[in-house]
Design a protein around this ligand. Sequence first.
Ligand code: ATP
Ligand code: MG
Length: 391
Amino acid sequence: MHEIILCKLGEVVLKGLNRRSFEMKLMSNLRRRTAKFGKFKIYSRQSTIYVEPVGDDYDFESAYAACKQVFGIIATARAVPCEKTKEAILETAKQYLGDAMGAAKSFKVESKRADKSFPMGSIQLSQWVGGYLHEAFPHVKVDVHNPELTVYVEVREDAAYVHAPAEPAAGGLPIGMGGHAVSLLSGGIDSPVSSFMIAKRGVQLEMLHFASPPYTSEMAREKVLQLARELTSWCGRLTVHIVPFTEIQEAIRRDCDEEYFTLIMRRFMMRIADKLARELACRAVVTGESLGQVASQTLQALAVSDDAITMPVLRPLIGMDKEEIVRLSRYVGTFDTSILPYEDCCTVFTPRHPKTRPEVEEVRAIESVLDVEGLCAQALARREMVKIKPL
Ligand code: ATP
Ligand code: MG
């Protein structure tokens, strides 16, 4: 009895005429993400994609876990195919779901019949299989309204399938269908979560990190690469563009008022993100900012940042509380790495009294003593690209 994976499509099914291209993308994403766990045949029927192992050399558990993290899939289920006869379906259900039946107090059978040449209707088939299952497991009551266990039977063209209830999966839209964006990745809790949220909407991300050696350490850099690596379970392959930020920070510290330090630094981040995004044919910049969380995230401070960039800035965490972000961060799997205590470039040279209600005009004036274009161009030219292999 070899198991297969059923992947239920989420919002993709609402895509009307574009649906086919969404499905094709989803299948190629699934193919890439399962490839290292063996050979799998991947095909779609109705609103389900089937992932079926080929040969004997594969790791089913890992492939199943990988499918659950592919955006575009709303639920996954394990199933076993069997011959298209009622006897084979019953026998398979007994064997495959025997343990689950043994543990349940009540059950029902729900059948779907895509193959209309099958000699029984779906209700009849449910009743027949349900009746015999009840005989085999007499302590489990039949309850069609609120059963503890639902045994699913699907009769399709090529085979019949028996499966247990589906489990929730990643949801969202297939990566690649939403275009590309540059995501600003620090070592904190927030930016891996904001990256996850935008990737979930089908966007392929290019990660941008600012490093300030020797103020920030090799460990801090490794931490960011590790976060990117953890994100690959959701995002697939990623590239981290590491931009040296030390000279910019030193120039700001030398020539600008201390209270404006963070604001001006953030404007530099935005400018460089904008330039990198254009170079990489991206259409937006993503940050992990959340309204009011720190001095540089007040409405006025955000306006000062936005003044330095023309690309749209996506801030998916803007209305979220820290607690909600932490919860998501645990779900994404980046929390434990995020809380490792290494410094970020934002934590070096922080002003004692940062401006919380800055005016765009005054920040522009203070910053005008710097060679803004030259500093940005130089930092970008010296960037390093690190390709992250999926976990
Ligand atoms: P995080 O937890 O993501 O570090 P934060 O609450 O510490 O966020 P800030 O340090 O003000 O807030 O940073 C706000 C956003 O700016 C981050 O979410 C991230 O998108 C971006 N950012 C901050 N520092 C860096 C960095 N060194 N490299 C790239 N992006 C950064
Ligand atoms: Mg931070």
